[in-house]
Design a protein around this ligand. Structure first.
Ligand code: BTN
Length: 254
């Protein structure tokens, strides 16, 4: 019997002991007409993808690699907002499962005690005015006991933070539960208006000085939180406000 008590999110689970990337699998499932809410889950990925063309490492059986297939009736320009919906759900679920002070680093890194715990990669297939499907891939470091030297200062796992082994199935079920709730709120307005407060509460950058690494210039600013479109509002030192678009800049803590 499934642990996932939802209407649709994660009701159809396709499990892979080993696969290339659950994002690739979920996209193929999307092409084949799998239903909204189908979840591709793997114990191990041989070609895990991260954002900005990076790879996502795999530790067999110790982490969560999963991709949720979505078929939202929204304009393609709004699809990136679904990444923030997922960030909210992952942060909230991990918090509920472990009691840890989980936070979001805008737009969609999940961090705890300043270290990265999980990442989200959204990909989509669209026509000019409609979405065929969206795939939101989620990678969470669950029971990893040790990270390679190069990332051990910036990465962490639930095991390292809590000292306990965490049941992956429970984490997945909890994420699906929150995802469904937050997705419904998103669909109500087709933007993040109803999630903005929750997201900003979880935002690690909020009310902190951040460095904006833009294409043309780098500057320090004070992060104020996201707007209903998921863009980050910041206040520059001269008092003017600016809207930061994901993808355009990288935000660092100073
Ligand atoms: C990031 O760079 O922070 C995003 C990482 C996303 C990794 C997950 S693991 C499951 C899914 N399949 C992939 O190939 N990537 C995502």
């Amino acid at each position: 019997k499934s642990l996932v008590h939802t209407e649709w999110a994660g009701q159809n689970i396709v499990y892979y002991a080993e696969t290339d990337s659950t994002n690739i699998r979920a996209k193929l499932l999307g092409e084949e007409g799998a239903p909204h809410g189908t979840l591709a889950v793997a114990d191990m990925q041989s070609a895990g993808k991260g954002r900005r063309g990076r790879t996502w490492a795999s530790s067999p059986g110790r982490s969560i690699y999963m991709s949720l297939l979505l078929k939202p009736d929204i304009s393609p320009v709004k699809a990136p907002m679904l990444t923030l919906v997922a960030a909210c759900a992952v942060a909230k679920a991990l918090k509920t499962c472990t009691g840890l002070e989980i936070q979001i680093k805008w737009p969609n890194d999940i961090v705890v005690n300043g270290k990265k715990l999980a990442g989200i990669l959204t990909e989509m297939s669209t026509e000019i005015d409609y979405i065929n499907y969206v795939v939101t891939g989620i990678g969470i470091n669950v029971n990893i006991e040790q990270f390679p030297e190069e990332i051990k200062d910036t990465a962490t796992s639930l095991f390292l933070e809590t000292g306990n082994t965490v049941k992956r199935a429970l984490v997945i079920a909890e994420i699906m539960r929150f995802y469904e709730i937050y997705y419904a709120k998103f669909m109500e307005t087709k933007d993040l208006s109803l999630l903005q407060e929750e997201y900003n509460r979880l935002l690690v950058n909020r009310n902190r000085e951040v460095r904006i690494l833009g294409v043309k210039e780098t500057y320090k600013a004070y992060a104020l939180g996201i707007n209903p479109s998921g863009e980050l509002l910041v206040r520059r030192q001269d008092g003017t406000q600016e809207v930061i678009y994901a993808g355009e800049v990288s935000v660092r803590g100073v």
